[in-house]
Design a protein around this ligand. Structure first.
Ligand code: GAR
Length: 194
């Protein structure tokens, strides 16, 4: 059985979408894979409570307790590797990763980003898209490389930017699409793993 480990920092709605897709589409039987654990860098992440309520294995590693980014990532790797991940899924995990962390999970590390990459890497993607006068926005699932928000693209979804949109209304429209493309892209990626 292959293991997916999912990292979150907040609401965890993408994580929940993947967990629900795994159940509904019977990934265990059809893809020989399960979501083995959900790990958060924030103890109060609401997605963590959801995962616990589902009876899933969860863990918390607060980055604030560490002297450096490297020290945190080293401890996080140890925590993740307890679950022997074949695939590590970033789902609203709001941390910049060290090169050592990315190298450790090379080829088995995915992220969802709330823009049509390569446009708008980084933060505040929705406000930046509105400010730039974009008529379309969207989300991207990509492989993670050392170059922030620039790895090979696996899936994208496009939404219109509507008159009167705020960052929040646009984010909500994009998020509904993330919930569709992320589980699809994860399943597709798993089919391609040895
Ligand atoms: C999602 O919109 C995701 O694309 C974004 O955070 C949100 C998390 O929502 N990720 C990033 O901005 C990564 N840089 P969720 O916790 O409900 O899945």
């Amino acid at each position: 059985m292959k293991n997916i480990v999912i990292l979150i920092s907040g609401a965890g709605s993408n994580m929940a979408a993947i967990v629900q897709a795994a159940r509904q589409e019977q990934w265990a039987q059809r893809l020989n894979v399960r979501v083995a654990a959900v790990i958060s860098n924030k103890a109060d992440a609401t997605g963590l409570a959801w995962a616990q309520a589902q009876g899933m294995a969860t863990a918390v590693l607060n980055h604030q307790g560490f002297a450096s980014r490297e020290a945190f990532d080293t401890a996080l790797m140890a925590e993740i590797d307890r679950f022997a991940p074949d695939l590590l899924v970033l789902a609203g995990f709001m941390r910049i990763l060290t090169p050592g962390f990315v190298a450790h999970y090379a080829g088995r590390l995915l992220n969802v980003h709330p823009s049509l990459l390569p446009a708008f890497p980084g933060l505040n993607t929705h406000q930046r898209a509105i400010d730039a006068g974009c008529q379309f926005a969207g989300a991207t699932v990509h492989q993670v490389t050392a170059d922030l928000d620039h790895g090979p693209i696996l899936a994208q979804a496009v939404v219109p930017v509507l008159t009167g949109d705020t960052a929040d209304t646009l984010a909500a429209r994009v998020l509904t699409q993330e919930h569709i493309i992320y589980p699809l892209a994860v399943a597709e990626f798993l089919r391609g793993l040895p």
